[in-house]
Design a protein. Structure first.
Length: 435
């Protein structure tokens, strides 16, 4: 991923240096287990750790060897032997390249998931804080982009909190599913390596043994992992899109923080554009786009092929780095979000009471008017507000058919905003528990 959308800690997981260090650890832990089983000398296992552990692997040297061998694992093992010496002949005993590659990918994806979980925790904390801050900030709810009925801005943020909490739970499960180890040799039969080696390597690396590896870890695990990242990205876009709509000039109920010295347009000095949330929308598209190739990787030929390899070398780093950046950026947007309660009330009252139409409709039905007639009575007065700019309450009070069913005090009572927010506490308890 390009540096513009990358953060160092996640990037380091996918560096060549980190990858080769993990490869070495896989090989060295396997040697430890082989030594305990009497397959190789214990002195050789110690030498491998001492000389290989102290080595600073030369990426350029490995690349140079690979240009000749056309095989990345062999190139690494050849370079490792340059440090270890004669005992290097005991490295990779009974193993195949997939044992190293797949187990390493599991380690990298697990570490990436841990960073993403921390990102989600930070986002959840920001959403919780802002939700309670605006728990009682009344705003208009919209359906189809049109004014519907009142809600609160805190409820909007509580919805986002609940959604990202579900995202976190999914990622916890996806991490557990991807954290498997395969040290089973050619076609996964353990013919040339004891299963206890796999168990030892898995324990040391914080993984679990893959039940049936077939030489590769089954790619349904990876498909689920990247699909989960795609869902999280979609939730990022959902909240980003909400903020973008609320920042529109004619709405302006919430707005990204605009820092001193920031410029919105090269041509129009007045502009304050929602650039961060627009950026998040684009990044979400990228992460989602990487889920489909992961699903297409599931169908490999027989016990293994490498059609998945080129895909994973790209989507592994790019999806996790991009989502890591996006979650951190969204957290910053939420923390610094400018909220305008006065504009919320102004917008809500723009159409002079229309948002209370359902309460009047229900009151008419409860007064004995058929639902069809009740709807007709309310709608004909509502249309005057839309088309003529009339006041909804005044029109209802002047409508003889409405007044025949409802007294003035009952009609006026249906315009009470508090009616719509009376269960906000219940919603908050469901989302955040007792607070």
């Amino acid at each position: 991923m390009i540096p513009r959308y990358s953060r160092p800690e996640m990037v380091s997981i996918w560096s060549q240096e980190t990858k080769f260090r993990i490869w070495f650890e896989i090989e060295a832990y396997a040697c430890d287990a082989l030594a305990e089983l009497g397959v190789i000398p214990k002195e050789a296992a110690r030498t491998i750790w001492e000389k290989g552990g102290a080595a600073k692997f030369d990426v350029e040297r490995i690349d140079e060897i690979e240009r000749e061998t056309k095989h990345d694992v062999i190139a690494f093992l050849t370079h490792l032997a340059e440090f270890v010496g004669p005992d290097s002949r005991f490295i990779h005993q009974g193993m195949t390249s997939s044992d190293v590659l797949d187990t390493c990918l599991s380690v990298q994806l697990s570490r990436a998931a841990d960073l993403l979980l921390a990102d989600l925790d930070a986002l959840l904390a920001a959403l919780r804080k802002r939700a309670f801050e605006h728990k009682d900030t009344v705003t208009i709810g919209r359906s189809h982009g049109i004014h519907a009925e009142p809600t609160t801005f805190g409820v909007k943020l509580a919805q986002a909190y609940a959604e990202f909490e579900r995202c976190r739970e999914r990622l916890v499960h996806a991490r557990a599913e991807i954290a498997t180890c395969a040290i089973s040799g050619a076609v996964g039969t353990f013919a040339n390596i004891d299963p206890r080696v796999e168990e030892h390597v898995a324990e040391k690396l914080g993984l679990t043994p893959e039940p049936v590896s077939t030489q590769v870890i089954p790619r349904d695990r990876h498909a689920m992992f990247f699909a989960t990242l795609g869902v999280i990205a979609s939730s990022v876009e959902r909240l980003a899109t909400e903020i973008r709509h609320l920042q529109r000039t004619e709405v302006l109920e919430a707005e990204e923080y605009f820092s001193p010295g920031q410029k919105g347009s090269s041509a129009m000095p007045h502009k304050r554009n929602p650039v961060l949330t627009e950026n998040l929308t684009g990044l979400a598209r990228l992460v989602r786009g990487m889920a489909l190739p992961a699903m297409e990787n599931v169908a490999l030929w027989h016990e293994r092929d490498i059609s998945h390899s080129s895909v994973e070398r790209m989507i592994g780093p790019d999806a996790t780095i991009t989502l890591d950046f996006a979650l951190a950026r969204l957290t910053g947007v939420v923390e610094k979000l400018l909220v305008y309660p006065d504009n919320m009330l102004k917008n809500m009252n723009k159409f002079r009471g229309l948002i209370h139409s359902q309460r009047v409709l229900l009151a008419l039905t409860q007064a004995g008017v058929s639902r069809e007639d009740s709807y007709r009575l309310v709608q004909r007065n509502a249309m005057k507000v839309w088309e003529q700019g009339a006041d909804f309450l005044e029109e209802l009070l002047a409508d003889v058919d409405v007044r025949a069913a409802l007294p003035e005090d009952v009609i006026r009572e249906k315009f009470d905003l508090g009616y719509h927010t009376k269960h906000v506490d219940t919603i908050f308890k469901r989302v955040f528990g007792e607070s």
